[in-house]
Design a binder for this molecule. Structure first.
Ligand SMILES: CCC[C@H](NC(=O)CCC(=O)O)C(=O)O
Ligand SMILES: NC(=O)OP(=O)(O)O
Length: 318
């Protein structure tokens, strides 16, 4: 594997899952693979789970790790080509990227959507510059339109907890005080659509995601109807995608906050969220603390998804 930015990069999901469960049983099995290899993790945005789980995955594989928070200590980067650099940005990304590539073997990048220009975001300008100019294999630690390490961990978790071969999985929008990226919902939808699960997306009108990610999923504007008989509830906030509303908050309706009311109509569904989560905006305390909440095992599986991905990138170095 030469990059990991989307579900297609992992190839056959059944073999990826088999590898994940093998590694989960014996996570130091490939501890020699990464000897004298260096992972560099580049963060343009905050992180807890991705930062820790991906470092742990690299340690599982015997790798050295370097972490750089671009906006804390490094030079502010100009990302636009052709700009006269007489402002507050001393370095251009087109120098910084190949320089970073000199010091490592594999690069992970976190660079959220900026909501200034939808094309800039949806062309994945930043991570594609790392892919093009670093000279190294690159993987996404959440980019503008996807978060594949999260989605792979979500799939591992559903496979571990499902009680039927084809569970009903419902992704629900929920309110949030800030406009959040579409990367997590886009990516979850992309991975769910790659399975044979029954997959439903529910959100208020105006929050339609990019059709390339929605695919054949059923979209239901009535949240209670969507929740009926669900086996898994995946909650997330996202800002509007469509047209002039791109990056905007259209609703903060707390009737969409996941509570016992909605969970009561499910098939005793498990509750999932990628974290961090705003309690009593996205989900009530009672629901996220209930026995059906699997947000912690879901976060734990981030170590597994990252170990599989780094293993495949290391194997691709040969
Ligand atoms: C894994 C999720 C990362 C990010 N979450 C946030 O930015 C939450 C920030 C907040 O709640 O203020 C998102 O929604 O894409
Ligand atoms: N779920 C996830 O990626 O969490 P962080 O933003 O804390 O890394």
């Amino acid at each position: 594997m030469k990059k990991f930015t989307c579900v297609q990069d992992i190839g056959d999901l059944k073999s990826a899952l088999a590898e994940a469960f093998e590694i989960k049983k014996e996570r130091f099995k490939y501890a020699e693979l990464g000897r004298n290899k260096t992972l560099m993790m580049i963060f343009f945005n905050s992180s807890l789970r991705t930062r820790l789980s991906t470092q742990k995955a690299a340690i599982n594989l015997g790798m050295n790790v370097m972490v750089l928070d671009i906006n804390q200590g490094a030079w502010k980067l100009e990302t636009e080509r052709g700009v006269i650099m007489d402002g507050d940005k001393p370095e251009h990304i087109l120098e910084a990227i190949p320089v970073m590539g000199c010091y490592c073997d594999i690069i992970g990048v976190r660079s959220f959507a900026r909501f200034e220009d939808r094309d800039f975001d949806y062309q994945e300008t930043i991570i594609n510059q790392f892919i093009q100019y670093s000279g190294r294999p690159v993987f996404s630690m959440e980019a503008a339109t996807r978060h594949p390490l999260q989605s792979f961990a979500d799939l591992i978790t559903i496979e571990e907890y499902k009680k039927t071969v084809r569970p009903k999985v419902v992704m629900t929008w929920a309110p949030h005080p800030r406009p959040l990226p579409q990367a997590v919902p886009n990516s979850f939808a992309e991975w769910m659509n790659a399975t044979d699960y029954e997959f439903v997306i529910t959100h208020p009108e105006g929050y339609e995601l990019d059709p390339q990610f929605v695919g054949n999923a059923k979209v239901e504007y009535d949240q209670m109807k969507a929740f009926e008989g669900a086996d898994f509830i995946y909650a997330k906030n996202w800002a509007a995608y469509s047209g002039d509303n791109y990056g905007q908050i259209l609703s903060k309706d707390r009737d969409w906050t996941v509570s016992d009311r909605q969970m009561a109509v499910t098939n005793n569904a498990y509750f999932m969220h990628c974290l961090p989560v705003r309690r009593n905006m996205i989900v009530t305390d009672d629901v996220i603390e209930s026995p059906q909440s699997i947000v912690i095992p879901e976060a734990a599986n981030r170590e597994i998804s990252a170990t599989v991905v780094l293993k495949r990138l290391l194997e691709g170095l040969k």
